[in-house]
Ligand binder design. Structure first.
Ligand SMILES: [Zn+2]
Length: 418
């Protein structure tokens, strides 16, 4: 009984710390009085818990506001400099590693192209670890202040047995040739920081829901439109994962039976028609060494100049996207559909009216009327921001506990990269 009683008190305290930290994180700065109204905690609890959080350096005072006839109310906010977050985007053409403070200010970033090795697993692991070492060193960051490394990958992520050291994390990605890659174990050989891995579209979804175009709604789909196409489905405020986390592979829904061959091996996938890689390939006039981003920018420029082949290709892409968005509307009844990803943001301003019109034409009328279709607000690097929210979630849930560092499990798996 005593043990259970003690545990309950500790859990309650942790729950109160978490509730206050979350409110200050997402809605701060706030006064103690406002925190009381929002959380329903008593004035005494608010005073105790904010006192603790102040003593731990997790929150700080930041000015005051007048109150009706009383003393000015002191405002509190999360102390942005108290801890660091790392976000990694394993993209289609590069690996980006960024270091953030708690307010998501980017302190340093490392962009490393995937070069000729493509998504060779050891190569990707090496780029992540060397990028991580670079951003920590450039900023003189004490690893003890880093809450964890969140990694967005272009594949399906099996979290395995819940293990705090991330050793069970396995990634499956048909499009880049990863079959059951033990990414957690491979990375653990080179770092003792806590590791969190999720699908890149899902990390983008979390970022847009928390800080961007998805704020304020509970039912949404965030579409990642880059070289490939993915989506994150939010149902009643929660990411929809399915039985083994693969839900949201929207890029591989069929838009043309027997159509173009997709990178996944099947035919007629949405990605094979509107993914940046497919668009550049179909246009066939990419600059020789500019890569996919330059190719898509050139396609857009040609369309802006009225070149018929380019305008036709983009008009067709908008119709395919609108029809595929209509499927999302019919299947999930979202309040909002957010189009993000570097290709989505590049082409969005030109294509959005046509995408909306096609979605209206192909979707059921009633759910379509409830859905707005908008562009993402967090820019082309939103996957990195979203990846950094993975360790942040743990930190807020724990009421501001710094994570235990894992034992490095070097050499038996692979050598630390030079
Ligand atoms: Zn496919």
């Amino acid at each position: 009984m005593t043990v259970r009683g003690k545990k309950t008190v500790r859990d309650l305290r942790r729950g109160s710390r978490s509730a206050l930290l979350r409110r200050l994180y997402f809605d701060g700065p706030l006064s103690r009085q406002e925190l009381g109204v929002i959380t329903g905690l008593s004035a005494g609890s608010i005073s105790n818990v904010t006192g603790e959080l102040l003593a731990d350096g997790l929150i700080e005072e930041c000015g005051s506001v007048e109150s009706d006839g009383g003393r000015p109310r002191i405002l509190l906010q999360v102390a942005a400099g108290r801890a660091r977050l790392v976000g990694v985007d394993v993209g289609e053409t590069q690996v980006r590693v960024a270091l953030f403070d708690l307010a998501r200010t980017e302190l340093a970033a490392s962009d490393r192209p995937l070069s000729d090795c493509g998504h060779d697993v050891d190569h990707v692991v090496e780029l992540i670890l060397s990028g991580l070492a670079e951003v920590l060193e450039r900023t003189g960051t004490d690893p003890a202040t880093v809450l964890g490394v969140g990694i967005g990958v272009p594949g399906i992520v099996d979290q395995g047995d819940p293990a705090p050291d991330g050793l069970g994390i396995v990634v499956h990605s048909q499009t880049v040739g990863w079959e059951g890659v033990p990414l957690g174990r491979l990375l653990r050989a080179g770092t003792d920081l806590p590791l969190f891995v999720d699908n890149g579209a899902k990390t983008l979804g979390q970022a847009e829901m928390w800080f961007g175009a998805g704020r304020g709604v509970r039912h949404a789909v965030i579409a990642l439109f880059g070289s490939g196409v993915g989506a994150c489905v939010i149902a009643d405020g929660v990411r929809f994962r399915g039985a083994t986390s693969s839900a949201g592979e929207w890029g591989h829904t069929k838009v043309h039976v027997g159509g173009r061959r997709c990178r996944c091996g099947a035919r007629g996938c949405l990605e094979a028609y509107v993914g940046a890689e497919a668009l550049v390939e179909r246009w066939g006039a990419a600059p020789p060494d500019g890569g996919e981003k330059a190719g898509l920018a050139a396609l857009l420029a040609a369309a802006e100049a009225g070149e018929p082949a380019a305008t036709g290709l983009l008009a067709e892409a908008a119709e395919y996207l609108g029809a595929a968005i209509a499927d999302l509307v019919n299947l999930f009844n979202p309040e909002r559909i957010v189009i993000g990803g570097w290709a989505g943001l590049l082409l969005g301003p030109r294509l959005l009216p046509a995408i909306r019109a096609a979605a209206t034409e192909y979707a059921l009328r009633f759910p379509r009327e409830q859905t707005s279709i908008v562009l993402g607000m967090l820019g082309p690097e939103a996957v990195t921001v979203g990846a950094a929210t993975l360790p942040l979630t743990d930190f807020l849930d724990s009421g501001g506990e710094f994570p235990r560092r894992a034992e490095p499990r070097a050499r038996e798996v692979r050598a630390t990269p030079a």
